[in-house]
Write a protein that binds this ligand. Sequence first.
Ligand SMILES: Cc1cc2nc3c(=O)[nH]c(=O)nc-3n(C[C@H](O)[C@H](O)[C@H](O)COP(=O)(O)OP(=O)(O)OC[C@H]3O[C@@H](n4cnc5c(N)ncnc54)[C@H](O)[C@@H]3O)c2cc1C
Ligand SMILES: C[S@@+](CC[C@H](N)C(=O)[O-])C[C@H]1O[C@@H](n2cnc3c(N)ncnc32)[C@H](O)[C@@H]1O
Length: 636
Amino acid sequence: MPITPATLSQTDDGTPYAPVYDDVYHSRAGALAQARHVFLGGNHLPERWADKDHFVVVETGFGLGLNFLATWATWHTQIDTLRCRRLHFVSVEKHPLRLSDLSCLLAPYKNELPGDLVDALIRQWPILSAGTHRLVFDHGRVILTLILGDAETALAQAAARADAIYLDGFAPSKNPDIWSEAVCEALAKLSGAGTTLATWSVNGEVRRRLSAHGFELLLEPGFAQKREMLTGTFRERRPHPNPGLPHGRALIIGAGLAGTATAERLATRGWRCTIVDAGVLAGGASGNQAGVIRPLPSIDDNVLSRLTRAGFLDTLQRLQHLKDIHHSVQWDACGVLHLARDDAQALVMQQAVVALGLPSELLTWLDQPQASDKAALSVAAGGWWFAAGGWLNPSDYCKQLLRASGATLLENTAVATLCQTDHAWAAFDTTGKLIAEAEIVVLANATDAPRLAKPYSDALPIRPARGQTTLLASPPVPAPESVICRQGYWTPAINSVSTCGASFVVDECDLTMRTSEHAENLATLREMLSAETGSWPTPEYATLGGKVGLRPIVPDRLPLVGQLPAREDAAIASRSRAARARVPGLYVNSGFGARGILFASLCAEVLASQIAGEPLPLSKDLIRTIDPMRYAHRKS
Ligand SMILES: Cc1cc2nc3c(=O)[nH]c(=O)nc-3n(C[C@H](O)[C@H](O)[C@H](O)COP(=O)(O)OP(=O)(O)OC[C@H]3O[C@@H](n4cnc5c(N)ncnc54)[C@H](O)[C@@H]3O)c2cc1C
Ligand SMILES: C[S@@+](CC[C@H](N)C(=O)[O-])C[C@H]1O[C@@H](n2cnc3c(N)ncnc32)[C@H](O)[C@@H]1O
């Protein structure tokens, strides 16, 4: 669903006003004062979050983000013993503000709010596309999950347990959909015993719906000219949708993108991580000089289209975050061209651009001359242009993620077996010597994960797909100025050397460089160029450099992220549903296939959020598509 940004106006006294809804964004008596009285006060905040590991606020209608900023400001100015360790704010918004409007409207609040909260929000404001966007502030301790979409459908897909709810649509008479039966039902599903809510509206129909869905309601003194406001408490006990673990020690097997990204995300939640690798950091598939980051859209915005967009946007956020903490990764947003294979595909690609209606930073169509202009080379066809995409050095990414995580890395240490003891997991080498112990294990060891997961490996149908890149010195071969993709890819020159690739041979584990695959890569490259550009002399294949790696692929070409499913026999014996379904303390982050650079950050954030029992950065349906449970108990 394309996102339509808000159209804005202001009332005579300067209060932001939405012509579409004929209503103001906040009380004329002051947005921050309203937020403190109605939303924080009505939910007994900040007292209720004191000393909690994390606390989750869910909001309907993000608007200008003033409730978020007021909540964050309250948390920001407290001492540690009075606040939760991590504050989650999950908000849904159908018509987000354009960055320019947001900057303009929030400017007056810079003096009223502490630190650089307003600037931080503006800096991270996402490219406006449908789906879940995760923005991380205050050293990872304040996490905004901004769901862009209609509350009526999107809230039911939110994967979270709310501690407090802010209901803040426009007036129910003018904006009935955000107070609808579906929204009230979804809010109840996000609630458990003790979840509270608050809103300035005392609308009778809204009260009837909320109480029918299990909230005990109370009328309390309202803000400014409003006599009353509404508060409520959910009383029904419900199992937590994603019960987490207290932080402790994590043992991560594999020091590629999956392992280092997992360590970095777990570390922000207080986990002490040890990464063990049979070889060296980024010595496996993650060791290339350069790979491509860009989404893969589809006309119907299918699962892969939504997941790759989420992965792409999350990677951009992570790269910015790493830069902010002085761990800049070597990469360049030079833009990525994806050329059409033929006329029929060109037509479908153009239709997809129209159907998705994405902002131009995310997706546009360029005809052949425009595409050639971007590449600074004459290319064979027109195609998609991902202006925010580019190339990235995956081994440097691993290095920076490792540094940011503070994890201990044990290199040249192969894990032969894993053993579960009463409260921990232990890893042993081939001689039976203990390597390390921890409360949880994350299998980030790519194609070797199924072996170590035994007897739970049914859910991990990971196979190797050999791939070889080819390095081209430039000159004599003129490299493009943006990345070009078609059946393969070709990057700009990085330190005078460009990368093209990559061959794809399933079930092949041989790691020796092959001249035949250099020839294949160059043939793929020439197909991207117009006849005259591709006519440079063929280099001596045997002299070419490159890198061979094994991609961990899964039949449906989607990642495998989550806690491992238990075997069926164990299932029958155990008590609770959660215990029945999963192996305590055993997780996987793998199956990235040909998109590991793109997926690493998002999948690590999903896994770390699951482990900590926090709101997830993806909708429930996307979480299901990457859950290893999808392959468990398959009938063979
Ligand atoms: C040629 C090629 C080109 C690619 N191009 C792109 C691209 O352009 N864009 C993109 O997004 N992705 C690309 N990819 C995919 C991406 O590189 C992979 O998906 C990603 O690197 C996988 O990361 P990983 O951490 O799962 O695996 P790896 O990087 O292989 O890491 C796994 C680690 O586990 C270790 N290990 C295994 N078994 C054990 C054990 N028993 N004990 C201890 N350690 C163990 C290994 O030594 C290894 O270091 C490409 C891949 C290849 C091969
Ligand atoms: C009163 S404003 C919210 C103000 C905001 N909480 C703040 O702190 O600035 C209401 C918001 O709800 C959004 N909205 C209206 N209908 C919606 C729907 N069906 N789904 C999601 N958001 C919706 C509007 O676009 C608007 O931004």
